[in-house]
Design a protein. Structure first.
Length: 214
């Protein structure tokens, strides 16, 4: 029987097909990676595979900000050195990593897990907006920084959340006496750029020079 993809082994073909499902990994690259694993010691391959199994089974989404974490509350949310009065709203966990790499931000985060996109059938109910509203009610937050993509979908999401949070009744001690300030990162990035692909210097300056939203 002829092997799929002209590979000499059905097992090899299955492994290549699985590797090929990863984003950005073409068939030739998948084959090269699989052959590399095949040349490794069996124990080394088991360690490699177990790392992904443990990742899938044991990793958490922080119950406060929805960032990835080994524990129920991520190290950023549990840190006493972070400024708990500021929350930066981002699309995904890669954006948290990108901002942290700048070293220019010391507040907390809120990961939406997506942005509003009618074309992709993603509405406000599909992302973490209401959990952010709950945080505004109960935490001493003074400023919300929007660090969403500079796209139509990103701007739509910023507008919607801005309007939604203006309706929230703040219950945290002292919070009801101070107006909630809204800002967004400066548009030092080209329109359409995603945070994770922006260089650290530009992204850092965009946070430091953020603009107020009225």
């Amino acid at each position: 029987m002829a092997m799929a993809g002209d590979l000499p082994s059905e097992l090899l073909e299955q492994a290549v097909q699985q590797m090929n499902t990863l984003p950005g990994v073409g068939r030739k690259t998948a084959l090269r990676l699989v052959l590399n694993l095949l040349r490794r010691d069996e124990r080394e391959v088991e360690t490699f595979a177990n790392a992904f199994l443990r990742l899938k089974k044991e990793i958490h989404y922080c119950r406060c900000c929805h960032n990835l974490s080994d524990t129920e509350v991520c190290p950023i949310c549990s840190s006493r050195s972070r400024d708990r009065r500021i929350v930066c709203v981002v699309e995904n966990v890669q954006d948290v990593m990108a901002i942290e790499n700048t070293g220019q931000y010391n507040g907390l985060y809120h990961v939406l897990g997506g942005i509003i996109s009618p074309m992709d059938a993603v509405g406000p109910q599909d992302i973490e907006i209401e959990s952010l509203a709950s945080r505004i009610e109960t935490e001493p937050i003074r400023e919300i920084i929007f660090a969403l993509p500079t796209t139509m979908e990103g701007d739509t999401t910023t507008f919607y959340i801005h309007r939604r949070l203006q309706q929230v009744e703040r219950k945290a001690q002292g919070a009801e006496n101070e107006p909630l300030v809204f800002s967004q990162i400066a548009r030092g990035m080209a329109i359409g750029n995603e945070l994770e692909y922006t260089d650290e210097v530009t992204l850092g300056r965009s946070i430091v020079n953020r603009q107020m939203i009225s």
